[in-house]
Design a protein around this ligand. Structure first.
Ligand SMILES: Nc1nc2c(ncn2[C@@H]2O[C@H](COP(=O)(O)OP(=O)(O)OP(=O)(O)O)[C@@H](O)[C@H]2O)c(=O)[nH]1
Length: 518
């Protein structure tokens, strides 16, 4: 009886051990799921930063993000990860293909240059060497840019030589037209801060009667400034894409490794559980079937020994699993840390670019796009709290005559000074943008209908009192302003139109005045 009690208590102990083994296995699985879930969501967010590179890639990344949103769909996400990796590689091949096309294009241009008989011998030798160099494939955009610059310089040399030999090109109406088009294009483009001085020189040069040689120089400079911008932007996104591609490949490998390993472990664990169940059943059967306590004791001792062995194997399996999981996590963490750093750099660059895109390059005031964003914001505020919001449109009077009498670059400087005066006459919560040409838009919240006219007249007077002096001549520059307040049931674009109509009235009532639409 005593022996049978001991056996029963050993079985109970075994059951407890089994139970706690199961609980710790469940905990291990939960922990593993939670960690993978966090990491996979992180990848999802990082993938968002990739947006805009390629439409198909965008869609796949969105799908991948969706599939990664629940751990149960990890299996679904695996083919997506493979697909994204394929697309990233495709994107890479696309860029390489384009580079190859560009190389062929450059070869065509170089053949044209070789047909110029009058080119000096030194140049011909350089062109021949360049052609040989061009036979090598391009690996990055950086291989392409210097080649284009080199080509432009060949053309330059040929032209310079033609000028030297006295074949000076006369300025035709079409050259003047080209000069105006270039000036117009420059006005619409955004350049980096460090490029603006060069651009200003070109603008001033284009404003006077341009010579063909200068026009070619201007085109060449603008072309290389633009290429520089494109190359910077391209290499930033390329670096980021490569980093993202590497990280996704590593993560995919880790996820599929741990998935395969989890499947193998699951089978093994299942087998071990079956063995344990068998042993426990055998112990139960032996207790029921054997009356001889001595024999029972021997049988149970043998079963307990094998149970211990199975449990030890199970423990070893769990330890191996944990070690593998830790290693996988470490690899992923490292890869993701690198990627996160790369994403931060990329975001910073994008932010810089965005800032550049929202500023008017001449006056450094917010541009029309920035104004439209701010209008949306003010409109939402108005809908929420119904505080007054005013839209005012200011236009410099007879600005054309400043350009005509004193030159385009004086006109530009006038715009800069007036832009500063407008900005300085407003509070921080108020907003002014260059809407285009010589027109500015102000958005003024929280000012009553009684005070707005006085406020805008102060702005008008401030501009009028700027002591402009052109060619030693004291000039007074004035502005006309039209304003309207957002009304209930009106879109802010409609308010803008009413303000613009009020400006039109001000212009027709001899200018230099403020008209409020009420
Ligand atoms: N210098 C310079 N001139 C510009 C710029 N943008 C537009 N303009 C010039 O601004 C002038 C605007 O002329 P108009 O629209 O006839 O108006 P205005 O002479 O100001 O006359 P009112 O508005 O009727 O008082 C044109 O000559 C444009 O070429 C710029 O960025 N720089």
């Amino acid at each position: 009886m005593k022996d049978s009690n001991t056996t029963i208590s050993q079985i109970t102990l075994l059951k407890q051990k089994l139970h706690s083994a199961k609980v710790s296995l469940d905990e291990l699985n939960e922990d593993r799921n939670a960690k993978l879930q966090t990491l996979l969501q992180f990848i999802g967010n990082l993938s968002l930063a990739c947006k805009g590179q390629n439409l198909e890639l965008d869609n796949k990344l969105a799908k991948l993000r969706h599939n990664l949103s629940t751990f149960e769909r990890l299996d679904d996400a695996l083919p997506e990860l493979v697909e994204v990796e394929r697309l990233l590689k495709g994107q890479y091949h696309h860029v390489m293909g384009k580079l190859e096309e560009s190389r062929a294009g450059l070869s065509r241009v170089i053949r044209q240059i070789q047909r110029v008989d009058s080119a000096p011998d030194k140049l011909k030798r350089e062109v021949k060497y360049f052609k040989q160099e061009l036979a090598k494939p391009f690996h990055t955009v950086w291989d392409y840019i210097p080649k284009v610059e080199q080509l432009v310089s060949f053309y330059e040399d040929i032209l310079a030589q033609q000028f030297e030999t006295g074949e000076k090109l006369s300025v035709l109406p079409k050259h003047r037209q080209l000069g105006q088009e270039l000036a117009q294009m420059i006005a619409e483009l955004d350049f980096r801060k460090d490029q603006r001085d060069q651009v200003l020189v070109i603008k001033e040069m284009l404003a006077v009667d341009v010579e063909v040689e200068n026009l070619l120089d201007a085109y060449q400079t603008i072309l290389s400034l633009l290429m520089d911008n494109i190359a910077r932007e391209k290499s930033a996104s390329q670096e980021f894409l490569y980093a993202l591609n590497d990280a996704l490949s590593a993560v995919r490998e880790v996820v599929s490794d741990s998935y395969n390993h989890a499947q193998r472990s699951h089978q093994l664990r299942h087998q071990l559980n079956r063995e344990i169940d068998n042993r426990v059943d055998c112990v139960g059967d032996a207790v029921l079937d054997t009356d001889d306590l001595g024999q029972l004791k021997a049988q149970i001792t043998e079963h307990l020994a094998s149970l211990r062995a199975v449990l030890a194997r199970k423990e070893a399996l769990e330890q191996r699993e944990q070690a593998l999981l830790r290693k996988s996590m470490e690899t992923m963490r490292k890869e993701l840390n690198d990627l996160s750093e790369e994403a931060c750099n990329y975001k910073e660059r994008l932010f810089e670019q965005q800032k550049l895109n929202l500023l008017d390059p001449l006056t450094q005031l917010p541009n029309r796009a920035a104004m439209e964003e701010r209008m949306e914001l003010e409109f939402r505020n108005f809908q929420r709290n119904k505080h007054p919001v005013w839209v005012a449109v200011a236009d410099i009077d007879h600005f054309k005559s400043i350009n005509d009498n004193f030159g385009h670059s004086t006109g530009d400087k006038t715009l800069q000074v007036i832009a500063m005066a407008l900005k300085n006459s407003l509070r921080d919560t108020e907003f002014v943008a260059r809407y285009g040409g010589e027109e500015f838009v102000m958005l003024i919240p929280d000012v009553s209908a009684n005070d707005i006219e006085q406020l805008l007249n102060r702005v008008r007077e401030k501009v009028k009192n700027i002591p402009f002096k052109f060619k030693n001549q004291r000039i007074t520059v004035t502005v006309s302003i039209g304003a309207a307040q957002i009304m209930e049931n009106e879109l802010i674009q409609e308010t803008f139109e009413r303000a613009d109509a009020a400006l039109y009235k001000a212009k027709h009532q001899s200018r230099d005045r403020v008209i409020i639409d009420i």
